[in-house]
Write a protein that binds this ligand. Structure first.
Ligand SMILES: NC(=O)c1ccc[n+]([C@@H]2O[C@H](COP(=O)([O-])OP(=O)(O)OC[C@H]3O[C@@H](n4cnc5c(N)ncnc54)[C@H](OP(=O)(O)O)[C@@H]3O)[C@@H](O)[C@H]2O)c1
Length: 468
């Protein structure tokens, strides 16, 4: 991902108080009970009176909100790959129903149970566990490169204030993307994160509680999703985002579903577009493309499969053996290859067809261009969303040699219109986020570790507003 229009620093006044100890919590509660909002004293903030009022308002609003707690749930699909070949098929109800028609696949498995839910069950609701904390919020942050999940720290930090053109969102959910922990690993060192401590979480879903100057599209109470890349801030009870990268979230789209969309679904959409795969097919066989999606069970890949199928294209997908059924039966791929088999590693379609377009999401696969070239149609395009140096060099070479087969390295810059399109698809039931697992903010480290494992099926979601 590449940064969008929001270049402001998300939490300029954030203060790292370290792990919130029992005594600290007690002190905060005592301060709250003494009366009007008083902020935790160990800050170095420069908030003025207006800002204090805003944070106090937000804290009051927060105190009245329902809170949800979550137990981690994991979807463990264990069923058959059964590709339908029905280009006109639309997925409004496909995603909640088992497939009846079965065609070839690279590996056979026992039949899938019907009506397997794609998303893990909602978290259990529990009463609010936190007293109102005047002007502060819980956040999960890291203060140095490296450390993985263990490097995340729970802290009590000031609630950010929205600057001009920004909205303050009371967070309901965020999703963890690979870029979250890759930044922590230092892949963009020293540019990202811009400063420590850093609250990660780029996908935001929640409710607007305050708007900055010049924002007329949103008002307090609006349910929204937003992207705040690369400033993050989502692993917290409140986060700011640019209004220009915030979109309304209709009641049909849950916070968890919405939080899955900004980075992963936008990347899937853009990848298909860059590969020349239209989501608005003309309905002719000529407009239909053969599309390969690698790592189709992942956060980006599972959206790419669904979107390509919505466009009426023929989709081959690669994934692990355990996800063959999910990818075919529920995401709608026409055929699936187990990447652990020679056939899967070779990326060859069992049908023998060559691919017009490839969305390459398998990060660690290290697939050389020669492997793609063998399976590409004459003017086929590979969009590589995990491009390394070799991919860049290949792309340049192809450009100067006017190669018809192309490798396109892609770093996505988020756009509002794409998020609106995707939210609309979810609202209409045509697109669904597969949720691998859900965690309350207090257990965000587990979600982080799950994402780092590289074996999530769909998206890893962290939800705010509750404590177990
Ligand atoms: N360019 C951009 O702007 C952009 C935007 C978003 C993401 N990305 C990058 O895109 C990549 C994918 O992201 P993601 O969020 O989709 O990852 P993810 O959700 O973590 O992917 C995990 C999934 O990939 C599967 N997988 C792993 N290796 C595979 C292989 N060799 N072949 C087929 N499937 C494989 C895993 O299956 P098993 O568990 O069965 O192994 C698992 O289900 C990451 O490198 C990410 O950084 C780039």
């Amino acid at each position: 991902m590449r940064g969008g229009g929001d270049s402001g620093v998300a939490h300029p006044r954030r203060v790292d108080l370290g792990l919130v100890s029992a005594s600290c919590r007690k002190a905060a509660a005592a301060a709250a009970s003494r009366g009007p909002p008083a902020r935790v004293s160990t800050t170095t903030t420069n908030q003025g009176a207006g800002s204090r009022q805003r944070t106090a308002r937000a804290a009051r609003s927060r105190a009245t909100s329902p809170r949800r707690a979550a137990g981690a749930r994991t979807v463990t699909p264990h069923f058959v790959s059964a590709p339908p070949l029905n280009a006109s098929h639309q997925s409004s109800d496909r995603l909640s129903q088992g497939r009846q028609t079965h065609r070839s696949a690279a590996r056979c498995h026992p039949p899938s149970p019907p009506h397997l839910p794609l998303a893990a069950a909602p978290c259990k609701l529990t009463p609010p566990a936190m007293a109102a904390r005047s002007g502060t919020m819980r956040a999960v942050q890291y203060d140095r490169y490296g450390g993985g999940a263990q490097g995340l720290k729970h802290a009590e930090v000031p609630i950010p204030s929205p600057n001009k053109g920004e909205v303050l969102i009371r967070m309901e959910a965020t999703s963890i993307n690979q870029v979250d922990w890759k930044f922590q690993k230092g892949v963009a060192r020293p540019v990202m994160p811009r400063k420590f401590p850093f609250i990660s979480g780029f996908d935001l879903a929640g409710e607007v509680v305050e708007v900055g100057a010049g924002v007329s599209d949103f008002k307090p109470g609006d349910k929204v999703i937003a992207i705040n890349f690369p400033n993050g801030g989502g692993l917290a009870e409140y986060a700011v985002a640019s209004a220009s990268l915030t979109v309304p979230r209709p009641p049909e789209v849950s916070a968890a579903q919405g939080a899955c969309l900004p980075i992963a679904a936008v990347t899937a959409l853009r990848s298909l577009q860059r590969a020349g795969v239209s989501l608005d097919p003309d309905g002719t066989a000529a407009g239909r493309k053969n599309v390969l999606v690698t790592a189709a069970s992942g956060g980006v890949g599972h959206f790419a499969v669904q979107l390509a199928r919505l466009g009426g294209h023929r989709v081959t997908a690669t994934c692990g053996a355990r996800n063959l059924g999910l990818v075919v039966d529920q995401l709608g791929a026409d055929e699936a290859l187990d990447y652990g088999t020679p056939e899967g590693a070779g990326l060859r379609s069992p049908s023998g067809r060559k691919y017009d377009a490839v969305v390459h999401c398998a990060a660690a696969a290290g697939v050389p261009w020669s492997a793609f070239r063998r399976v590409l149609a004459d003017a086929g395009t590979v969009v590589d969303i995990t491009p390394g140096f070799a991919a860049g060099a290949t792309a340049i070479l192809q450009m100067v040699t006017f190669s018809k087969k192309r490798l396109v390295p892609l770093l996505v810059t988020p756009r509002k219109d794409e998020m609106e399109l995707l939210v609309g698809m979810v609202k209409e039931g045509r697109l669904t986020a597969v949720i691998d697992s859900r965690y309350p903010l207090s257990r965000a480290q587990e979600g982080w570790a799950r994402s780092m494992s590289g074996h999530a099926t769909g998206k890893v979601v962290v939800e705010m507003g509750g404590e177990e």
